[in-house]
Write a protein that binds this ligand. Structure first.
Ligand code: S3P
Length: 434
């Protein structure tokens, strides 16, 4: 087991370019594989999750080259995937599993998808239901609604699916299957989830529309298409990775850091809204847009934070940042309430439990609820042994907590950061001047 000792840090200074966005990196490989021609992806995230996606498409006959953060996908065209000779191993990655399931549903060959223990305990009924309604034949091999999944060929027809959850993975799986279906396919979700699939598929030539309705629900629709066309993608920095440095900069007195090229797609930027609601000092510089994706540099200066309420349609735009927001809340004055976030229970770990366990171990006052948690901030946190439970976001969020706490901490199974941020500890050490 890998264990990382973390000592409190006085201040963070300097600049950082966080790795490429995980959601966008996955999609660039997937859509590039299905497109005709070469897709060159720069600032690609070479974390374990995105490497799982590359490995699955290589097993389906797509030549993919990788060199120093650049990936070159020689697309086989929409109907050019080949039957894999073995199980497609999706590792720890929900995005790989659910999005590829949507693509596989439209193929003329059978396949099996399986991942690690965490992945194979996450719910897959949420994609099996709509995909099977479209005419796919997807079964859970252990009959427990989870992977391993067996996918048999089927003829797909478009459906209008109303998803009970705001999930970009569900929406994307259905839209991708829709590329292979007869007629229009649409997905309505209770609130708009990240829209990278919609933006990027349009860029690859798919016919797609999306609307946010006055009541806050959102619908994306796609028409079947005969071909997608390759294009180059520059992946923005991942706001989910930037969040750890922004939090560390806010929490450690005397800090001033510049986080460069951070993706600020509004469906992902809820973390910044909450930081501002908590009184954080942040300023955005050098704003640009590429491929429909907004990005900017973020200047962070330390300062006091106060409690807030995090709820409603904001939740999908910051769902992966809740562990680090909970840490910030523990150091803030006053109470923070997080609600409407039951999805936390079905992430890489049950993050209501894993956040509560580790905040409590550090002496914070936290009460878990059915759909979130209540954190009464302002108590001094002390160092502790942190159980990451192999969840990369728990390991990184509590590394930041350990920097701002009194006394040393240790992060168990710290290597799990490789899933989304292999150089996390080295880059944090550099900003801490270590
Ligand atoms: C992702 C969507 C979100 C997010 C995950 C990445 C994606 O999951 O938590 O880390 O790339 O589509 P859900 O769609 O299950 O909310």
């Amino acid at each position: 087991m890998s264990v990382r000792d973390i000592h409190p840090s006085r201040q963070l200074k300097g600049e950082i370019l966080v790795p490429g966005d995980k959601s966008i990196s996955h999609r660039a490989v997937m859509f590039g594989s299905l497109a005709k021609g070469d897709t060159r992806i720069s600032h690609f995230l070479s974390g374990a999750d995105c490497l799982s996606t590359i490995s699955c498409f290589r097993k389906m006959g797509v030549p993919i080259e990788m060199e120093k953060g650049q990936v070159l996908v020689h697309g086989n065209g929409l109907h050019g995937l080949r039957a894999p000779e073995e199980v497609l191993d999706t590792g720890n990655s929900g995005t790989t599993t659910r999005l590829i399931a949507g693509i596989l549903a439209g193929q003329s060959f059978p396949s099996v998808l399986s991942g690690d223990d965490s992945l194979n305990s996450r719910p897959m009924g949420r994609i099996m239901t709509p995909l099977n309604q479209m005419g796919a034949h997807i079964t859970s091999i252990r009959e427990n609604g989870c992977a391993p999944l067996r996918i048999e060929p089927g003829r797909l027809h478009g459906i209008h699916y109303t998803s009970p959850v705001a999930s970009a993975q569900v929406k994307s799986a259905v839209l991708l299957a829709g590329l292979y279906a007869e007629g229009e396919t649409s997905v309505t979700e209770p609130a708009l989830s990240r829209n990278h699939t919609e933006l990027m598929l349009q860029g690859f030539g798919a016919s797609l529309t999306s609307t946010v309705h006055p009541d806050g629900t959102a619908t994306a629709s796609v028409l079947p298409c005969s071909e997608l066309f390759a294009r180059d993608i520059r992946v923005p920095g991942d706001i989910s990775s930037a969040a750890y440095f922004i939090a560390a900069g806010l929490l450690t007195p005397g800090s001033e850091i510049l986080v460069r090229n951070v993706g600020l797609n509004p469906t992902r930027a809820g973390f910044l809204t909450v930081c501002q609601n908590m009184g954080a000092k942040l300023s955005l510089q050098n704003k640009t847009t590429q491929g429909g994706e907004e990005m900017a540099d973020i200047l962070v200066s330390s300062g006091p934070l106060h409690g807030t309420v995090i709820e409603g349609s904001l939740i999908p735009s910051l769902i992966d940042e809740i562990p680090i927001l909970a840490v910030m809340a523990a150091f803030a004055d006053g109470t923070t309430v997080i609600r409407d976030a039951a999805e936390l229970k079905v992430k890489e770990t049950n993050r209501i439990d894993t956040v509560t366990e580790n905040l409590s171990a550090m002496g914070a006052d936290v009460t878990p609820t059915e759909d979130g948690m209540i954190i009464r901030g302002g108590k001094a946190l002390h160092g502790a042994q942190i159980h990451s439970h192999l969840d990369h976001r728990i390991a990184m969020a509590f590394t930041v907590a350990a920097l701002a706490a009194d006394g040393p901490s240790s992060i168990l199974d710290s290597q799990c950061v490789d899933v989304s941020y292999p150089a996390f500890f080295q880059e944090l050490d550099a900003l801490c001047g270590r």
